[in-house]
Design a protein around this ligand. Sequence first.
Ligand SMILES: C[S@@+](CC[C@H](N)C(=O)[O-])C[C@H]1O[C@@H](n2cnc3c(N)ncnc32)[C@H](O)[C@@H]1O
Length: 236
Amino acid sequence: MEKTGNFAFGDFDKRDGMTPGQVAEVFTNAAGTYDEVWGSRNYRDHIYIAEGVADYFQADVRDSVRILDVGAGTGMLAEQLWPRGFRQIDGLDPSTGMMTEAMKKRVYTDYYLEFMDGHTITQLDTDSYNCLVAAAAFNTGLVPCAALLEITRLVKPGGLICFGIPDARFTDVKEYINRLEPLMQQMEEDGLWQLLDKKHYDDFYDNANPGNVFRYIVRASNVDVKQYVETLCQSC
Ligand SMILES: C[S@@+](CC[C@H](N)C(=O)[O-])C[C@H]1O[C@@H](n2cnc3c(N)ncnc32)[C@H](O)[C@@H]1O
């Protein structure tokens, strides 16, 4: 049998049909070599996100900006945020192995072993953060569409949500096809968030894999997720 850790580095579609717990295990099995492998492949999504966040918050306030890093993994994004002056960063990820690697780096205050999948994460209050980031968290078996609503709940109105998505994910990942982009737009029409900008890059990894870094400003975070999803589904 193929080692499941390999599915953290390629053959992402082989995670299709896995349970969330199995996907977390894929990353636990890959955690020990994760930074080395992606570093050698010129992974850059996290760098572009850190630049987008630093561009939004002025240097003199950065050390008091509360940030949640969703799909935090081994902390590669937080490692990019520290040199830019950000200090109050929490991580969230369901993989114990990834958490173990991340905590060695001392870049996170708290690290929540949780799935971001649309359920209410009860230990995190509404409006807890000024900013939420997610690097390489949108792919097969990772963060589902419904997670966007819980993501919005956690950020104060006026706060920033910044995440990267390679273009191909919108057409290759079953969960996102004809769903993710319409949901992002619907949330804007419904006044939940507003697109500040999206910046296109040619090289998220392997010196290829073009994609966008999206920056949204939260407008309303007191969303009744269950009711919102039910209303959306009526029009599906
Ligand atoms: C491709 S890695 C990216 C890690 C890190 N953000 C980086 O840039 O290196 C994706 C991470 O998402 C985590 N993950 C999987 N499903 C998730 C979910 N539903 N909510 C949050 N994180 C999830 C995995 O455990 C893994 O650590």
